[in-house]
Design a protein around this ligand. Structure first.
Ligand SMILES: Cc1cc2nc3c(=O)[nH]c(=O)nc-3n(C[C@H](O)[C@H](O)[C@H](O)COP(=O)(O)OP(=O)(O)OC[C@H]3O[C@@H](n4cnc5c(N)ncnc54)[C@H](O)[C@@H]3O)c2cc1C
Length: 404
């Protein structure tokens, strides 16, 4: 297993349970990257693909870098172009519906799979099952959520529209500035995604799983086996799963796969706050998410399109800070530097959970975008089903690599 983010860790656990002798390789300690610092929402309502009818209207605002929620490194435009072309192809009403239904199916299985693992590792105390709230500052943006509410209802997702008094009662820590909200009830959240990953890693190592800390340099099929060349080690193995999140694309390109995936970077900062939220909230008009975490109030930003390996440019954290201060009383920043994570995003918003069609004994699990923390455990289940050759728990055909 190459890559020890939430996807790699959960895949390693499930393969181990099917009788494989699994080694988990990462250049850093498990879950030191994107799986560590996300907003920790196991979101039931996040079933809407980015490629939606009407998305082209947003392009001028994005290109002008006028949105707090989306920011573009102009030097990344060349890499963005093939993804954007595929994104537009997915924006028809018909494709949108297909992608939404595939997402609804996999997202619907996320909480159950997380709970099963949390139960086993003694981590249920980290889980809150009280939903999350999308908050709207002005009446017009709340009214614009009407189509979303219809789709949520059609997909059987339990939600309730809230007025400002209900928001005040449910979240007394918030200042009374929101006119409406959507409470997505069958959503859960955790108070430390990093600790959840640590506990899951322990499930793997306690059952005999091996961790190797080294950086992958090259992956080659030679003499009927995979040779994994790293900085200090060379590992030989019969089968490999690549679960390198945002870094999967460059590794698979060496093997001849062209993947129109982009990196949507996002930042977090923890604040000290005397008022404590009961659950995560998404300030839709402010363009950020706030989650109560063990480390303090975690504020996470929207999207920054930029290369996975260029230095942090946390402009959005500065832009959203006045909006955060309007919403809740915050005191000191608790981190010396902002944290940066990299969301691996496909043009149809579906993950890639699949055999690699041009090679034998090679599987891939990446591209989980904004939902990888939620989808990690179900991805582990699916990849193990595919490797073993049993009927997958849910239909996995839409997640195949060969769709690109
Ligand atoms: C700000 C923000 C908020 C988010 N909020 C949520 C949320 O609330 N809910 C949700 O479901 N999702 C959320 N996400 C998305 C989620 O965090 C990601 O989709 C998920 O963490 C991806 O997991 P992964 O295992 O695929 O990748 P990663 O966690 O990035 O793991 C990839 C691993 O590959 C390793 N690696 C890379 N290159 C090499 C190499 N050459 N050799 C060895 N190892 C290597 C890295 O060290 C890393 O450990 C958020 C993301 C961000 C940025």
């Amino acid at each position: 297993m190459i890559g020890a983010g939430i996807v790699g860790i959960c895949s390693a656990i499930q393969l181990q349970r099917r009788g494989y002798d699994v080694t988990l390789l990462d250049r850093r300690a498990p879950a030191s990257e994107t799986s560590f610092g996300n907003a920790g929402v196991i979101s039931r309502g996040s079933i809407f693909p980015t490629a939606a009818p009407g998305i082209s209207k947003k392009i001028p605002q994005i290109l002008a870098n006028r949105s707090r929620e989306a920011r573009l490194h102009y030097r990344y435009l060349g890499q963005l172009a093939p993804w954007a072309r595929r994104l537009m192809q997915n924006a028809s009403a018909e494709k949108f519906e297909l992608n939404l239904h595939a997402l609804n199916e996999i997202v619907g299985a996320c909480l159950h799979e997380h709970k099963a693992l949390l139960q086993e590792c003694g981590g249920l105390t980290l889980l809150r099952e009280n939903g999350w709230i999308k908050l709207y500052r002005n009446a017009e943006s709340f009214e614009n959520s009407a189509a979303e509410q219809t789709s949520l209802a059609q997909c059987g997702i339990d939600f309730e529209a809230l007025g400002h008094e209900q928001i005040d009662t449910m979240e007394p820590a918030l200042n009374s500035i929101f006119t409406g909200g959507l409470w997505i009830k069958n959503t859960a959240s955790v108070s430390s995604p990093g600790q959840v990953c640590e506990l899951y890693t322990r499930l793997f190592t306690n059952a005999g799983g091996k961790l190797v800390r080294d950086e992958l340099k090259e992956l080659q099929w030679r003499d009927d086996q995979w040779q994994i060349s790293c900085n200090s080690n060379q590992l030989n193995t019969e089968s490999v799963v690549v679960a390198l999140g945002a870094w999967s694309k460059s590794v698979l390109e060496q093997l001849g796969y062209r993947i129109p995936m982009v990196v949507e970077r996002g930042y977090h900062m923890h604040y000290q706050s005397s008022s404590i939220l009961n659950r995560p909230v998404y300030d839709v008009d402010g363009g950020y998410v706030m989650s109560p975490m063990q480390q303090g109030l975690r504020v996470t930003t929207g999207v920054e399109w930029g290369s996975e390996d260029t230095k942090p440019t946390p402009v959005q954290l500065q832009q959203i800070q006045p909006y955060v201060k309007q919403a809740i009383d915050i005191n000191d920043k608790l981190d010396l530097e902002p944290w940066l994570g990299r969301r691996p995003c496909t043009p149809d918003s579906l993950p890639v959970i699949s055999a690699a069609h041009r090679h034998q004994n090679l599987w891939v699990a990446f591209g989980h975008g904004h939902m990888g923390f939620s989808m990690g455990p179900i991805t582990g289940r699916l990849i193990a089903d595919l490797v073993v050759g049993t009927e997958p728990l849910i239909a996995a055909g839409r997640f195949r690599l060969s769709r690109f």
